[in-house]
Design a protein around this ligand. Structure first.
Ligand SMILES: Nc1ncnc2c1ncn2[C@@H]1O[C@H](COP(=O)(O)OP(=O)(O)OP(=O)(O)O)[C@@H](O)[C@H]1O
Length: 511
C-alpha cells in the first residue's frame, strides 16, 4: 500500500515537473517519501499563463503583444495587483530553494523558566549521547556539528526529565533537524504504536518534515512514519502501528479523536512546527489545542516558529504549558545602510521603460530585480525588455510554487540578469548577486498608501552581506511623488534625484 502511494506521488511529481516547460527543478528531496500520499494541492490547479511560463527568458514568443497598461503605477488599477505571497507558500518555497544551513550572527536569547535544569550548549553531536544509528544518519546528511540554535536547544530537548520548549529562529537555521532528532531519540522503534506526533500547517510542509525524518532515520530500520494528511485513508477500526505520525491538524484530530486510530496519551513527543504559518490558517489553532489537550502530562511538548510576534506568543503559551524553555534567535535586521537610493521623474509608463533602458545601456549591472505593482505591468515590461534584447525572468503571483522556485533558481544561477516581478518576491528570496533594485512602481498598500515595509523588503534584496547596492525608484505623477517623499521621511534617508537623460550622471551611480 505504502509503495503504491509512493509511486503515485512520484508519478504526479514527474508530471508536474514536465508541466514546467523545459525547466529542470532540482529538488533533491523529491521522490523519497515512501509512505506519503499523492499531492493534493498546488499541483493540479491553475493553468500556466502564457506570459509567465516556467522560463520567461526563453519565451519571448509566449509573451503576447501586450498593449501598455493604461495606468502605470497601479494606483487606479488594483484589479490584477499581486498580493504578497501567502505564508504557507513562502515557507514551502524557501524549503524547495534552500540548499544549506542559514548561518546568522544574531544573538541567541534564552528565556529559562525552570531554574532546576541547568542550560548548557554542545559543540558536537557526539556530546549528546545519541543512538549510534542516529549519529550515523546525521553524518550521512552531512551534518558535522550542531547549528547555532541546535547547540542550545538540543541539550534541553534531549534532557531527562524532558522539558517543554518554544523555539523561534528564522527559516533555515536548523529547527526541523532539531525536533526530528528529538523525536528519533525518544522513540522506541521496537514498539509498534505512535509515540511522536508532529503537526505542520500544510500537506507539503508535512511531507518535507517526513523527508528529513526518513533521511535521519535511515539506519533505524524498524522505524516507520505515517502521514496524517488529506488523501491518506485508513479503514475504520484499524490501529496505526507506525511510531511517528506527521500531519496537518484537521486530519490528525479526526484520526485521534473521531476514529481513534491511535492513543494520544501514549504520545511521548508532540511537535508543533511553523506556528506562525499555522495560526494564519483558520481553525488550525483550535484543532492544535484540542489535540494537545488529549496528550498525557508526561508528553514533551515543543513549538517552533520562524517569527515571534504577539499572535504567535499567545498561541505558543496556550499550546505549550508548564513553563517551557523559550529560545529565540533574532533575525538580523534589514537595513538601508549600504544602499544608495535614487529616484527618476517620468511622465508615463513608456517613459519609465525608456529610463530603464537608459540605465541598462549606461551602467553595467550585476543582477537586478525590477518590481511592478501589477502582473499586467510586469508582463508588459518583460515583453518590452525581451524585444530590447535583454534576457529577463518574469515572476508573478499566478504561478505554482514549483514554477516560482524554478524561475528563482534560474535567476540565482545567473541565467537571467534581470528579474521582473511583483510583490510576490518582496520577501524571502535571497539572491546574493543583486546589485540594483528598481521600483518600476513604488509599493503601495491595498488602500493606496505608501508601503514602507514592502519598500524595505524590496530594496533589502540588494546591498546584502556588506556589499553596497543601488535602489532606483520611478515616480510619475503627484501621488507617487508624495509617496516617495513619505518613504524618504519614514526612513530618514535621502533619495537623490537622477535625470534619466543625463548619461554622465547615470554612469556615476554605477561606480
Ligand atoms: N547541523 C547542521 N549541519 C549542516 N546542515 C544542517 C544542520 N542542521 C540543518 N541543516 C541543513 O540546513 C537547512 C535548514 O535546516 P532546517 O530545515 O532544519 O531549518 P529550519 O529552521 O527548520 O527551517 P524552516 O523554518 O524553513 O523550517 C537544511 O538544508 C538542513 O538539511
Amino acid at each position: 500500500m505504502a509503495d503504491d502511494w509512493g509511486a503515485l506521488c512520484d508519478a504526479q511529481e514527474a508530471a508536474l515537473v514536465a508541466k514546467v516547460s523545459g525547466v529542470k527543478i532540482d529538488n533533491k528531496d523529491s521522490g523519497q517519501t515512501s509512505g506519503a500520499p499523492p499531492p493534493v494541492t498546488n499541483t493540479s490547479s491553475n493553468a500556466v499563463p502564457a506570459a509567465a511560463g516556467g522560463d520567461a527568458a526563453l519565451a519571448s514568443s509566449s509573451v503576447n503583444n501586450t498593449p501598455a497598461p493604461a495606468t502605470s503605477t497601479g494606483e487606479g488599477d488594483q484589479g490584477d495587483e499581486d498580493k504578497a505571497i501567502s505564508k504557507e507558500d513562502e515557507s514551502i518555497l524557501r524549503k524547495i530553494l534552500r540548499s544549506k544551513l542559514v548561518t546568522t550572527k544574531a544573538d541567541l536569547e534564552v528565556l529559562r523558566k525552570d531554574p532546576n535544569s541547568p542550560l548548557f550548549s554542545v559543540k558536537s553531536f557526539e556530546a549528546l549521547n545519541l543512538k549510534k544509528e542516529l549519529l550515523k544518519g546525521l553524518y550521512d546528511m552531512g551534518f558535522n556539528a550542531p547549528s547555532k540554535i541546535q547547540e542550545t536547544a538540543l541539550p534541553s530537548l534531549l534532557a531527562d526529565p524532558p522539558c517543554n520548549m518554544i523555539a523561534q529562529s528564522q527559516s533555515g537555521t536548523g529547527k526541523t533537524a532539531a525536533f526530528v532528532l528529538t523525536m528519533l531519540s525518544r522513540v522506541d522503534a521496537s514498539k509498534h504504536y505512535p509515540q511522536c506526533l508532529c503537526l505542520a500547517p500544510t500537506y507539503e510542509l508535512a511531507i518535507q518534515i517526513g523527508h528529513v525524518t526518513e533521511q535521519m532515520a535511515k539506519h533505524m530500520t524498524e522505524l516507520h512514519i505515517k502521514y496524517a494528511v488529506k488523501g491518506n485513508r485508513i479503514e475504520r477500526g484499524q490501529k496505526i502501528s507506525e511510531q511517528i505520525i506527521i500531519g496537518t491538524p484537521g486530519t490528525l484530530m479526526d484520526w485521534a479523536m473521531k476514529y481513534k486510530f491511535f492513543d494520544l496519551r501514549k504520545i511521548k513527543v508532540f511537535v508543533l512546527d511553523e506556528a506562525d504559518v499555522m495560526i494564519a490558517t483558520q481553525g488550525h489553532q483550535d484543532q492544535s489545542l484540542r489535540i494537545q489537550k488529549g496528550l498525557s502530562q508526561n508528553c514533551q511538548m515543543l513549538l517552533f516558529s520562524a517569527t515571534y510576534d504577539a499572535d504567535v506568543i499567545e498561541f505558543a503559551q496556550a499550546v505549550i504549558p508548564n513553563d517551557p524553555v523559550t529560545i529565540r534567535l533574532r533575525r538580523e535586521e534589514e537595513s538601508l545602510d549600504n544602499i544608495r537610493q535614487y529616484y527618476i521623474e517620468c511622465d508615463n509608463i513608456e517613459d519609465k521603460f525608456k529610463a530603464l533602458s537608459n540605465i541598462y545601456g549606461t551602467i553595467s549591472i550585476g543582477q537586478s530585480m525590477v518590481f511592478c505593482h501589477t502582473r499586467k505591468n510586469a508582463a508588459w515590461l518583460a515583453e518590452k525588455m525581451i524585444k530590447d534584447g535583454h534576457v529577463v525572468g518574469l515572476l508573478s503571483g499566478d504561478l505554482q510554487i514549483e514554477q516560482r522556485a524554478a524561475i528563482i533558481k534560474r535567476f540565482r544561477d545567473g541565467k537571467e540578469k534581470v528579474l521582473i516581478t511583483t510583490n510576490v518576491s518582496a520577501r524571502g528570496i535571497d539572491v546574493e548577486m543583486v546589485t540594483v533594485v528598481v521600483n518600476f512602481d513604488l509599493p503601495v498598500t491595498p488602500n493606496g498608501k505608501p508601503d514602507c515595509e514592502t519598500y524595505l523588503h524590496r530594496i533589502g534584496r540588494t546591498g546584502r552581506f556588506g556589499k553596497s547596492g543601488i535602489a532606483i525608484n520611478f515616480v510619475d505623477g503627484e501621488r507617487s511623488r508624495n509617496n516617495l517623499r513619505y518613504i524618504e521621511k519614514h526612513f530618514g534617508r535621502n533619495i537623490t534625484k537622477l535625470d534619466a537623460e543625463d548619461m554622465d550622471e547615470i554612469e556615476k551611480i554605477g561606480t
